[in-house]
Design a protein around this ligand. Structure first.
Ligand SMILES: Nc1c(/N=C/[C@H](O)[C@H](O)[C@H](O)COP(=O)(O)O)[nH]c(=O)[nH]c1=O
Ligand SMILES: Nc1c(N[C@@H]2O[C@H](COP(=O)(O)O)[C@@H](O)[C@H]2O)[nH]c(=O)[nH]c1=O
Ligand SMILES: [Zn+2]
Length: 360
């Protein structure tokens, strides 16, 4: 085993906590002494011990003179937990191997500096790309204070989200639909437009065989048209927030609030403003699941970071059949949203394409 192997183990530990640590990053750590692993750990929940603390607890006095691998720069500030850099110094580690630095302004290189000033050898950048991809959500959020936005659509191979008669059950198969629920599980919030609420009466909850966390359900509904008898309001299975314009009727607002709905008034029509409000409420990742008009407005505002598209081997045809992205669209080719395709996989009979929006 070498530095890369131990860091790979730390990354795997971190990856397996996905969906648990928000608004904190996922972090894994391994302590090695004389060629033997003497401690492993991961950050399991915000407010609880950091990965280094967990691994050093397991290592006990074997940590002295050893090497600690950590997928993110050890923190140097007092957040909800004491700084890891100080603990590493106190436990007299000889060497610290860090995959990537922490852009949190509270840390940002100070953890590494503290360790070097204490005479500890620090290596930075081992498996950096993997570590950066692992925490793309946290890195985006901690630097912009806006949620990392993933837009998901499920269409036939000819790009339809329903037939000309509005039928859509189901386009993609059960395995692809289960994959969507795993995406819901790892997101802090899911957003749909009131059009989807009126058309599908969705529950937007996470239904996975082994259970999962429900995201906060956000409805973009400027005129407060969400019906009281819809599942999002009646099922009380997860918080429901409705983003409305300040001109929305006061009595509708009161009626919704009486049904446990949080109504958030938007000062303007900008998607950017709404993202700042969601970020300020601690939403670090937002899953936009349509419909076409909402998708269109997010793209027009260039507010999307990642696009996940499921393609079913079906053709619906029909020039009036709805497609995944509505809105005004772009008139010039070079105005198009440019994507970098990161992953193409098959799930059951469907294809899943994960892309990152260039420059986002
Ligand atoms: N029609 C299809 C989808 N349809 C997704 C809808 O837009 C809407 O998000 C769902 O109906 C939400 O329902 P609930 O929250 O599960 O109760 N999404 C998919 O991935 N595949 C399809 O075939
Ligand atoms: N989870 C994690 C780190 N998270 C860093 O610390 C911040 C959270 O601090 P606190 O509020 O005390 O939990 C978080 O924003 C990020 O910068 N750092 C680490 O050394 N190891 C860990 O396992
Ligand atoms: Zn820490």
């Amino acid at each position: 085993m070498n530095d890369f192997d131990y860091m790979k183990l730390a990354l795997e530990l971190a990856e397996n906590t996905r969906g648990q640590t928000s608004p904190n990053p996922m972090v894994g750590s391994v302590v090695v002494k004389d060629g033997a692993i003497v401690g492993v750990g991961a950050h399991l929940k915000a407010g609880e011990g950091h990965a280094e603390v967990q691994a050093l607890k397991m290592a006990g006095d074997k940590a002295e003179g050893g090497t600690i691998y950590v997928t993110l720069e050890p923190c140097s500030h007092y957040g909800k937990t004491p700084p890891c850099a100080d603990l590493i110094i106190e436990k007299k580690l000889k060497r610290v191997v860090v995959a990537t630095t922490d852009p949190n302004p509270e840390v940002a290189g100070r953890g590494i500096e503290k360790l070097k000033n204490a005479g500890i050898e620090v290596i930075v950048g081992i498996q950096k790309q993997q570590a950066d991809e692992l925490n793309q959500v946290f890195f985006h959020y901690i630097q912009t204070k806006k949620p990392y936005v993933t837009l998901k659509s499920a269409t036939t191979l000819d790009g339809k989200t329903a037939t000309v008669a509005g039928k859509s059950k189901w386009i993609t198969g059960p395995l692809a639909r289960e994959d969507v629920h795993r995406l819901r599980h790892i997101h802090d919030a899911i957003l749909v437009g009131v059009g989807t609420v009126l058309a599908d009466n969705p529950s937007l909850t996470t239904r996975l065989p082994n259970g999962g966390k429900n995201p906060i359900r956000v409805v973009l509904d400027r005129k407060l048209r969400t019906p009281i008898d819809c599942k999002l309001i009646q099922d009380q299975e997860a918080p429901t927030w409705i983003m409305a314009s300040a001109e929305a009727s006061q009595e509708r607002r009161v009626e919704l609030e009486q049904h446990n709905v949080e109504v958030i008034l938007l000062p303007d029509d900008e998607i950017e403003t709404m993202l700042h409000i969601l970020g300020a409420k601690g939403v670090t990742s937002l899953f936009v699941e349509g419909g076409a008009e909402v998708n269109g407005s997010f793209l027009k505002a260039r507010a999307v970071n990642q696009v996940i598209t499921y393609f079913a081997p079906k053709l619906f045809g029909g020039k009036t059949a709805p497609t995944a992205i509505g809105g005004d669209g772009f008139s010039e080719v070079d105005e198009a949203i440019e994507l970098e395709i990161k992953e193409v996989t098959t799930i059951g009979n469907d294809i899943k394409v994960v892309s990152i929006v260039k420059g986002s």
